[in-house]
Write a protein that binds this ligand. Structure first.
Ligand SMILES: [Zn+2]
Length: 222
């Protein structure tokens, strides 16, 4: 991981939509072998039974957990009742993460295929995130591993090579894509990338409850 004075690319690894028994375990094994940190943006209703065990294991092994909504089905900005959407999608996942998510609470919105547009947040959600001092974590690399489970490593590496600090979104779910994770991590090692547990400011529109960027493109106009 050391760059010996020469600045290499920096990478933040994020795994969304799990935990997924049989997949998240293997991801954790791979990260542990290499001593790499990651953040798991978990879906609240998956935090039961083995899913909860995997979340606890991730924390015990030094990774971070973030709230990635409770059901991963409702675009906050498309909800008819913005406040009800917060109660349905953010609060119950937050309750299951209580005590597991560390001193900086992280939230990543559901974005239906990764499109960052006006449907991603709503004003009630922003108020909640500010009031509860959340950090909202977006991304700048989406190699679409769910569509291309065998071929996502190449676009992911191109993103890492093409910008100073890449927040890559992968999915620890049952698509088979995580079978390629060792290849990606090998490639990062070859590139002398530094894998970090934190995130660049450009991907954090809200940081510890402070709105840091213009959110208008992520909110409905009414
Ligand atoms: Zn997701």
């Amino acid at each position: 991981m050391a760059n010996q004075g020469r600045p290499g690319p920096v990478v933040s690894l994020t795994f969304d939509n799990g935990p997924w028994p049989g997949v998240t375990d293997a991801v954790l094994d791979e990260l542990a072998q290499r001593g790499l940190p990651a953040t798991f943006f978990v879906v609240g209703d998956r935090l039961v039974d083995e899913g909860m065990d995997l979340a606890r294991r991730a924390v015990a092994e030094g990774h971070r957990l973030g709230n990635h909504t409770h059901t991963h089905t409702l675009l906050l900005g498309a909800a008819e009742d913005a406040a009800a959407a917060v109660v349905a999608e953010i609060e119950p996942a937050a309750a299951r993460l209580a005590g597991l998510d560390g001193e900086e609470k992280l939230f990543r919105p559901y974005a239906a295929g990764g499109v960052l547009d006006y449907r991603v947040l709503n004003r009630a959600a922003v108020s909640y995130l500010v009031a509860h001092e959340y950090t909202c974590v977006l991304w700048n690399s989406l190699p679409r591993d769910w569509e291309n489970p065998d071929g996502w490593v190449k676009p992911a590496c191109a993103d890492v090579a093409g910008q100073p600090w890449t927040v890559v979104v992968l999915h620890d779910v049952g698509t088979g894509a995580m079978k390629q994770l060792p290849r990606f991590l090998d490639a990062l090692a070859d590139m002398e990338a530094e894998v970090r547990p934190d995130f660049p400011e450009s991907c954090l529109p809200i940081r510890r409850g402070h709105v840091e960027q213009d959110l208008s493109s992520l909110l409905p106009t009414i």
